[in-house]
Write a new protein. Structure first.
Length: 422
């Protein structure tokens, strides 16, 4: 039987859409740094019979009966998460990264309290207090920036001054479009000076931390980590909140997730998380994580050789942010569309001190988690970067774009999406 046989028989519209997406992923390269490919085992768990079961509460303390197997699933997920990140407590129920952050805010603060986080244009995330978000109406958000956008250096002295002035309840380290490593010790030092919690939103680099190629904020003394479970961690779409060692803090977060913000957890998704965490505990995941960084460096070198400005001056992680408008006269929106035509998917992105709009910005954001999952190494990553630049330089040359589309298809055939990582 086909994996989607029942869908095919019952709902042609959805079946055709799924088949179209499967073909798109197979024949194109995914460079959006927040996306990756999951194993067949993770997909099977996500579509498993566990989707039938309501499991409000936590293992051993549910509100409904019939929880023998759901408790077993969630305990495995929690134990593996704690092992991966070196902490004592984990809540694996958040439905995604944004709800995980919101639950964390309500657990640690009262309405009107202040959070000090990274400015969106300098690499932060919408949930770190962007004015358009609902959470911005509940809490007060103040922001820090990079001191030098061409090196990625954070202005820690300014961060300290803002912290001393506003006395935040939380100092938040984390990002969605920042390519360098943060100095977690400085965050802890400043937080202790003003009596703030330290929280790291590690959604983008959780897999790199688990793989041992990025620093773990817990090692510097951070209180809490929030994260997604996909991206570099290569699991299903979902969220998680980790607590280093404070049991009372963990209890507050548990209450904030349920019943504070969510009802029944999605046990099928938690099973998929548990499987992904098991995969990340394998020695092969460390090899994978190292290659993600090597591939990003290979792409960095190609862009630098082409004199295309990279925000932060390059990368220490899995992603790069390029100022294509300043370097090539192409907007981020134009670049996204043109590259999509040749089978390369990435996203337009605002850059620091942006002069354009969010929907038509100056930059593009791209990364290497997904192409590394396909088995590509430095040579292929460099080739992809070369094709990207050639396509952008010849965006009006259809013959050139056709040739580049063929080159991308050939790479995809050489490196098909794997179904197992163990």
């Amino acid at each position: 039987m086909s994996e989607y046989n029942y869908i095919k028989q019952q709902d042609e519209d959805i079946y055709n859409a799924i088949m179209g997406e499967e073909e798109r992923e197979a024949n194109g390269l995914e460079l959006i740094p927040s996306e990756n490919y999951v194993s067949r085992a993770v997909r099977e768990a996500n579509g498993s019979i566990l989707t039938n079961k309501y499991s409000e509460g936590y293992p051993g303390k549910r509100y409904y009966g019939g929880q023998e197997f759901t408790d077993a699933v969630e305990k495995v997920a929690i134990d593996r998460a704690c092992q991966l990140f070196g902490c004592k407590y984990a809540n694996v129920q958040p439905l995604s990264g944004a709800p995980a952050n919101v639950a964390m805010y309500f657990a640690l603060m009262e309405p009107g309290d202040t959070v000090l986080g990274m400015h969106l244009e300098h690499g932060g995330h919408l949930t770190h207090g962007h004015p358009t978000t609902s959470i911005n109406k509940v809490f007060n958000f103040v922001r820090y920036k990079m001191k030098d956008v061409d090196t990625g250096e954070i202005d820690y002295e300014e961060l300290r001054k803002v912290a001393l002035e506003h006395k935040p309840k939380i100092i938040l380290a984390g990002f969605s479009a920042y390519s360098r490593e943060l100095d977690y010790e400085k965050f802890v030092e400043i937080a202790r000076e003003v009596g703030a919690y330290t929280v790291a939103d590690m959604a983008h680099i959780a897999g790199l931390i688990a793989g041992g190629v990025a620093k773990n904020p817990f090692d510097a003394g951070f209180d809490v980590i929030t994260t997604t479970t996909h991206k570099t961690l290569r699991g299903p779409r979902g969220g998680m909140v980790l607590v280093r060692e404070d049991e009372e803090l963990a209890k507050k977060i548990n209450k904030s997730v349920f019943p504070g913000l969510q009802g029944g957890p999605h046990m099928n998704n938690i099973a998929a998380k548990a499987i992904a965490f098991g995969e990340a505990l394998q020695p092969s995941f460390k090899t994978y994580s190292k290659q993600v960084l090597k591939n990003a460096k290979a792409m960095e070198e190609v862009f630098k050789d082409a004199d295309i400005r990279l925000l932060g001056g390059g990368t220490d992680n899995h992603l790069l942010l390029a100022d294509v408008f300043g370097s090539m006269g192409i907007t981020g929106q134009e670049a996204e569309v043109v590259l999509d035509e040749v089978g390369i998917t990435l996203n337009k992105n605002m850059i620091a001190d942006e002069s354009r709009t969010a929907m038509d910005p100056s930059g593009i954001r791209f990364g290497t988690p997904a192409i590394t999952t396909r088995g590509m190494k430095e040579e292929e990553a460099a080739k992809v970067a070369e094709i990207m630049i050639d396509t952008l330089k010849n965006k009006d040359d259809q013959a050139k774009k056709d040739a580049n589309r063929d080159a991308i298809k050939e790479l995809c055939q050489q490196f098909p999406i794997p179904e197992s990582f163990v």
